[in-house]
Design a protein around this ligand. Structure first.
Ligand code: SF4
Length: 328
């Protein structure tokens, strides 16, 4: 059976882009292979090393969100990265045999270094794609649900696997393959990529009122449509992107037609999109809150899952140590 691994950093509330871009995909894949979904708390340390007190509450919130999005601990192993110490050992071993230039050329490295609020000029931040490699191959994962911005990291993982096999004349790991989500990228309220750092998100825990206000007051629309009587162009309007993701087909068709002939105003259009987003999010939000009210249960899910993950990780690491002629 194929193994699937993916994960998210516990660095604050998730937004609707995470839901339709990652979590829906996670839930879809859990019945199609042996799925491992990680809470990447060591990765969160790359930017939260000064605010470590935020990581555990965020870990519980992410666990509640995983469950609310349909991940079932009986079908998927939900675990915390730092509770499986084998990730750190394999990362260290890979760090000895990976050329520095492979990490320095990762496109997101320089970009994030320049744009992040926290100082990311650390040894750990340079190495985080290698820690991701260890995360994936420790479970011998064949399939990795990722966004397009992670494709380079996956290629790095494949290169590291090939180098390991070449150096130690063994075949321990499968070369992992990306599973891209079929959902188009969710734009932010300002039309750029939805991202916490841009302050343009609709969060899964936003109230219905907050969603309505964000959509009607902050969501960008066709800038050329100044008056209600001007025809608009839904092909370039970010509101239409949200309709395509959250509204039913009849509404999408209606907006497409009426916008072009100024038959619907932008406020009304945004109100309808807010209602569609609310319909999708409200049940998820209610489940998140219900799970968060039971922190002991969330901890149990994580401790059980992490123990299961550790068994698989320890077996792989035993093969690695043997290949590298290390004592058992
Ligand atoms: Fe955009 Fe809707 Fe206004 Fe058309 S009516 S420009 S799709 S917000």
């Amino acid at each position: 059976m194929h193994r699937i691994l993916s994960g998210i950093q516990p660095s604050g509330s998730l937004h609707i882009g995470h839901l339709v871009g990652a979590l829906d995909n996670f839930a879809l894949l859990q019945g199609r292979g042996e799925a491992f979904y990680m809470i990447a708390d060591w990765h969160a340390l790359t930017s939260k090393y000064e605010n470590v007190g935020e990581i555990w509450p965020a870990t519980l919130e992410l666990t509640a969100t995983y469950l609310a999005a349909g991940l079932d601990p009986a079908q998927s192993t939900l675990f915390v990265q730092s509770l499986v110490k084998e990730h750190a050992e394999l990362h260290l071993l890979f760090s000895m045999m990976t050329p520095l230039s492979w990490l320095e050329r990762v496109p997101t490295y320089k970009e994030k270094l320049q744009n992040a609020a926290a100082d990311l000029g650390s040894y750990g931040f340079l190495g985080y794609p290698l820690l991701q490699t260890a995360d994936i191959v420790l479970y011998k994962a064949h399939k990795v649900p990722v966004g397009e911005d992670q494709l380079f990291h996956l290629e790095l993982a494949r290169e590291v696997v090939r180098r390991f096999h070449f150096l130690y004349q063994c075949e321990v790991f499968p070369e992992p393959e990306a599973v891209l989500t079929k959902t188009p990228k969710v734009p932010g309220l300002d039309g750029r990529k939805m991202s916490k750092s841009y302050g343009n998100c609709i969060y899964l825990r936003d109230t219905n009122t907050e969603i309505l206000e964000k959509c009607t007051r902050q969501m960008a629309s066709d800038p050329a449509r100044v008056r209600k009587t001007d025809p608009g162009n839904p092909d370039i309007c970010p509101v239409m992107d949200f309709h395509k993701l959250f509204s039913d087909e009849a509404t999408v068709q209606m907006v497409d037609t009426e916008c072009r002939r100024a038959g619907i105003g932008c406020f009304d259009c945004k109100k309808r999109v807010a209602e569609a987003i609310t319909r999708r999010i409200e049940p998820v939000r209610e489940k998140i809150e219900a799970h968060l009210a039971q922190p002991a249960h969330l901890e149990d899910v994580l401790r059980d899952g992490s123990a299961r993950a550790r068994t698989v990780a320890a077996a792989t690491l035993a093969e690695v140590r043997e290949a590298m002629k290390m004592p058992a």
